[in-house]
Structure formats: C-alpha cells, structure tokens
Design a protein around this ligand. Structure first.
Ligand SMILES: [Zn+2]
Length: 282
C-alpha cells in the first residue's frame, strides 16, 4: 500500500481516467512554469505582475482541472434552464466588459446544493454552486457574483497567488515523485491531483485582490445593464449566512462582508456620481 498512505484531504470518489489523463497535461503545463515565472504585463491592471503561469498555461490548467472540480461538487446541475441562465449572464458580462484578454470563459452551475460557494480557476473556468445560486434573488445578484469571479481571472489573482506561495513548486514535487502503475491502482495520483485542485479552490486571496474583484463586479454588472447595488445585497446575504469553518472563496472574511458592502457603496458612488441610472435592472 505504502505510496498512498497519507490522507489526501479531499474526498475523491474515483480516480477515473480523466484524473489520470489530466495528469499528463498538468505535468506538461508545470514543466513550462520554470521558464515562464518571470514578470508579465497585465493590460487590465496596467502594471507588471509576478505570475506563475502564462495566459495559455492558465487556460490549459483551468481546462484540465475543471472536470475534477465539477466531480468534487456532485457534477453539473441537472437543470438545463438554470445552467443556461448562468451561462447567458456570465457571457453577457464578458461581452460588456472592455478588458483585454483571450480567456475562453466558461460558466458552470454545480449540483451541490449544500455548499454555498463560487470560485474561478485561472484561465476562465467559473463555478457557482446550486446552494449559492438558490439563495440569489435577482439576476443582478447572480451577475455580481459572476462578475467578481471574472475579476479574479482577468486580474490573474490565481496565477499571482501560485507564484507567491510557490505552490507550483510543491505540485511539481508531488507529481514528480508520483509513479503510476496501471496494474497497481493504489499508485494512482488522482488523489494528489484532487488535492492540488483543492488548493486552487481554497486559495485565500488578499484583501486587495477581493476589493479589485469587487470593483470588477461593479464595473461589469453596470456595463451589462444590471444595477451594481445588487452586489451590496449579496454582501448582506453573506453577512446573514455568517462565517463558518472552511471559508469559501466568495465569502472571504478579509475584508468582511460589511466592510465590503461599505467599499462597494463608495465604488458605486465613484462610478455613478449622479446616482445609479434607473434604467439598470435589479
Ligand atoms: Zn473573491
């Protein structure tokens, strides 16, 4: 048994072919990192960032990790209409935003109704759980949540964070020491990939990252025709849910929701000095 004796920390129901297939791609992506971990200009932030991955690598990593992520949250939500709505609102925000990226955004409604969360992988894969989706009262609120996650992607927070944490080096080591032998299923490194994906979901962004993403939420919702004050309602919702153990991404405690609501109010006042136009949808 030896090689998988440590607990992976994330439940993995089955180390399926996808996880194994994914490994090759992830390894290929990671091998490139050492060549690309230099400063990079982000046209959306107008400054250089230290990022672990190039944009094509972010896209590849996001696509490789998405199926694992979906699996960990009980698959995609079976309600095709709700799924379409998430997709439609998400793409509306992407189209309305005048940001310069080549990210192929994809929006996924996850079946998990007990977890309240939304998050994004580097490269444009955005997720919202059924648990959070069901609590949102208006399309504007959905737009706010998705806009915030789009913000993390285009600001390249995940990639920046990976570079900071040197988590990527850890991943390289993990994958480098793993040897998979098909005749001995216990050697599958699916669990370790799951762990790596878990690390990406539970990324604790900094305070400034959250505020930057909230600013994008304001920008994108209003550009797409929604009242940006919907995002303040989302903060009220988060406040009422309270903070538990295992803080999900979207419920980031720093700054706390009340604080973020306050900051959102001043961002919105800056954006619309004469008041929010009544033409914007709730
Ligand atoms: Zn966030």
């Amino acid at each position: 048994m030896g090689s998988m004796s440590h607990h992976s920390g994330m439940p993995l129901r089955r180390a399926g072919w996808r996880a194994r297939f994914g490994v090759t791609g992830v390894v290929a992506v990671l091998l490139l990192i050492s060549y690309c971990s230099r400063g990079s200009f982000n046209p959306n932030t107008k400054h250089r960032q230290f990022v672990a991955l190039s944009v094509p690598e972010e896209i590849a990593l996001g696509r490789q990790a998405a199926p694992e992520m979906i699996r960990q949250y009980g698959g995609l939500h079976p309600d095709g209409r709700a799924q379409d709505r998430v997709d439609r609102v998400g793409l509306l925000l992407v189209d309305a935003g005048h940001f310069d990226t080549s990210y192929p955004f994809e929006f996924h409604l996850l079946a998990d109704s007990r977890t309240i969360n939304a998050f994004a992988l580097p490269g444009g894969q955005v997720f919202i759980t059924a648990g959070l989706y069901a609590r949102l009262e208006t399309e504007g609120q959905l737009a706010g949540v998705l806009g915030h996650e789009i913000g993390h992607v285009i600001e390249r927070h995940g990639s920046e964070h990976l570079a900071k944490q040197q988590l990527t080096q850890g991943l390289i080591n993990l994958i480098g020491t793993a040897t998979y032998d098909p005749s001995r299923p216990e050697t599958a490194i699916g669990g370790r990939i799951a762990e790596a994906v878990g690390g990406l979901i539970n990324l604790k962004y900094g305070r400034d990252d959250e505020l930057e993403s909230d600013r994008w939420a304001v920008e994108l919702t209003s550009a797409a025709g929604y009242d940006p004050r919907a995002m303040i309602d989302v903060m009220r919702l988060f406040e009422s849910i309270g903070s538990g153990a295992g803080q999900p991404e979207i419920l980031s405690t720093h700054p706390n929701p009340a604080n973020r609501a306050q900051r959102l109010t001043s961002m919105i006042r800056e954006r619309f000095p004469d008041g929010v136009p009544s033409t914007l949808k709730p």
